[in-house]
Design a protein around this ligand. Structure first.
Ligand SMILES: NC(=O)c1ccc[n+]([C@@H]2O[C@H](COP(=O)([O-])OP(=O)(O)OC[C@H]3O[C@@H](n4cnc5c(N)ncnc54)[C@H](OP(=O)(O)O)[C@@H]3O)[C@@H](O)[C@H]2O)c1
Length: 301
């Protein structure tokens, strides 16, 4: 759907920030957006890994307009530095960086649980502080997950130690990010800015087109993975709903895009359904207040 040859340079003049752009789905967003002419800011915590990604993109698109923006979404100090350094207009932000861990004790630099702290609070803090740089018609895309249905958000105990399965806590972090995006869109109702969600389905490295220095997968594993292709997809294809949400004329504030195939695991971008909880204005407002309190950052959208 986002084949470069079909959409040459249709994004000239647009600047798009992709967090977690050095690997996986974020890398593919960056490569495809750059091929289409966008200036891409790669928001990455490791400059070395970001440079590897830049090298891979430039190998495909020598005239790609790229900038590395160092940012660790698990550190409020790093987010503040990146926000102060950004210094240019941003037309869209894809809040893609994400972490999944089974380590119950894992925390961000600032104390909250690693998954909620990075996946949600990090993006909340980043957007709060880059607001002055967002274009009047900016789009924000929050990368959600099918797992958002696995857990309740519970804004009152947002940054507290978690209980139960790690997948449930991961789902909670994604539900929080999605709820935040829908709330942001409601707060932007009187402006031309918009916020929406997108998810990549079930996207795996062994089905992804290889790129030098990125997620090297042994050939036998790639060969075996082909058997799973009817059910899941590569991270290159997983990027498509995110890119669609960030760039397509038909994508609107409050939308949720994902793969349109069976179980939303794979397929071309389509509008999909989010849970009632992440769409709830009451939960959204409570979550917003809880995020301000957890980060110490006031976000007046
Ligand atoms: N793959 C799927 O099937 C799937 C399904 C649903 C949703 N998602 C979501 O899609 C997004 C991308 O997933 P993926 O499969 O591409 O994951 P991935 O291959 O593990 O890539 C994750 C990216 O996030 C970055 N990141 C993690 N913690 C960070 C931090 N503290 N600061 C800055 N960057 C950080 C990573 O950077 P480092 O290299 O520095 O670690 C990496 O660039 C995630 O939000 C994930 O939750 C994925």
């Amino acid at each position: 759907m986002d084949a470069p040859s079909l959409q040459p340079h249709d994004l000239d003049g647009r600047t798009i920030l992709v967090t977690g752009a050095n690997a996986g789905i974020g890398y593919w967003c960056a490569e495809r957006l750059a091929v289409r002419g966008a200036r891409v800011l790669l928001g990455c915590r490791s400059t070395d890994r970001a440079r590897t990604a830049v090298g891979a993109i430039v190998a495909r698109a020598p005239d790609a307009d790229l900038r590395i923006l160092p940012v660790d979404l698990g550190s409020l100090a790093s987010i503040a530095r990146a926000s102060a350094d950004i210094g240019e207009r941003v037309d869209a932000v894809i809040c893609n960086a994400g972490v999944k861990t089974a380590r119950r004790e894992a925390r961000t630099n600032d104390g909250p649980d690693l998954m909620v702290g990075t996946n949600f609070l990090g993006h909340f803090a980043l957007l709060a502080q880059i607001m002055p740089h967002l274009a009047d018609d900016a789009r924000v895309v929050a990368v959600g997950s099918l797992a958002h249905r696995f857990a309740r958000i519970e804004p009152a105990r947002l940054a507290a130690p978690w209980r139960g399965a790690s997948l449930r806590q991961y789902g909670r972090s994604k539900a929080a990010l999605m709820s935040f995006a829908f709330e942001l869109d409601r707060r932007w109702a009187d402006s031309a800015r918009s916020a929406m969600c997108a998810h990549p389905g079930y996207a795996v490295d062994p089905l992804t087109e290889p790129r030098s220095g990125l997620a090297e997968v042994p050939a036998p594993l790639r060969a075996l993975a082909v058997l799973s292709r009817p059910f899941v997809q590569g991270k290159d294809d997983g990027a498509a709903p995110l890119i669609h949400a960030a760039t397509a004329a038909e994508a609107m504030g409050g939308d949720y895009w994902g793969p349109g195939g069976m179980l939303e695991f794979r397929g071309a971008p389509a509008r999909v359904t989010a849970s009632d909880e992440v769409r709830s204005p009451t939960i959204g407002a409570e979550l917003w207040a809880a995020a301000e309190s957890a980060t110490g950052i006031r976000f007046s959208a």
